[in-house]
Design a protein around this ligand. Structure first.
Ligand SMILES: O=C(O)CCC(=O)C(=O)O
Length: 257
């Protein structure tokens, strides 16, 4: 699915857009599944707003913004389990991470039309630091995304700066790193943007008339261990390709409730 020069691009820039990882039918199935999750959440009155809060926007503007989010997508609908271990996905992951790849977590991010929330620029590292920094996000586009509906932005090469101080371990100083500083990463439905957890990224408000629906899978090398116990999600440690050399040492500690 990708060439050695794409792997080089990822290593140099900390991100890579791979076109057409998912077919139109697969993308449509995921879009419908996301819509059904939102409907079910409304029925159980659990569709709370996940918009990021903070001082990166005036409070009166921030309170109008909406983000529909859920973690553990593969526990909501089987199409996400198929997607996160899809042969096109694992073909890319095994080249960017290595032969033994584990899921860390999955989530959806739905920016509704006109008021879809922004993400201030940040690294994902502070949320789940690991020893070897193999962790990356694969952001699956379910809709065409561009500047007007708040597509992802990255700062190319920023992963080489290592871990940076975040405001309340949440996002970078927005005066030093405004969202506008990020390089736009427009993408089509079915495309996947891969970016390392040290790569500075974020996205602006969706002010368009269109949805921006993404599903994000986070993966790591099976030999890259967390430096602190944090951020446990269902399905963490699922092998999506290769083998687990450390099953005797590391097991997820789940409590089923
Ligand atoms: O999808 C986006 O616009 C940004 C998501 C993001 O930065 C995150 O979930 O950490």
């Amino acid at each position: 699915m990708i060439k050695p020069q794409d792997v080089q691009f990822y290593n140099d820039n900390g991100y890579l857009l791979v076109r057409g990882v998912f077919s139109e039918d697969e993308t449509e199935a995921m879009r419908k599944a996301v819509d059904r999750i939102i409907e079910r959440a409304a029925a159980w009155k659990s569709g709370q707003n996940h918009a990021w809060q903070g001082d990166f926007m005036p409070p009166e503007e921030l309170k109008k913004l909406v983000l529909k989010g859920f973690h553990d997508m593969h526990y909501h609908d089987a199409c996400f389990l198929q997607a996160l271990a899809h042969p096109n996905m694992t073909a890319v992951l095994s080249q960017l991470i290595g032969p033994n790849v584990q899921l860390h977590h999955s989530k959806m991010l739905v920016k509704p039309p006109e008021n879809g929330a922004a993400f201030p620029m940040h690294q994902d590292y502070p949320y789940f630091p690991h020893e070897k920094h193999t962790m990356l996000a694969a952001s699956v586009h379910l809709d065409d995304a561009d500047d007007t509906n708040g597509c992802l932005r990255v700062i190319p090469g920023s992963h080489k700066q290592g871990a940076l101080p975040h405001v309340g371990a949440h996002y970078l100083n927005h005066k030093e790193y405004p969202i506008s500083m990020g390089t736009l990463c427009p993408a089509k439905a079915g495309d996947v943007l891969f970016f390392n957890y040290l790569t500075i990224h974020g996205s602006d408000v969706n002010r368009s008339q269109r949805f921006r629906r993404n599903v994000l899978f986070q993966y790591r090398d099976a030999s890259d261990f967390p430096v602190k116990k944090a951020h446990f999600d269902w399905g963490m440690g699922l092998m999506v390709c290769g083998e687990n050399p450390h099953f005797d040492k590391v097991k997820p500690a789940y409590q089923i409730v």
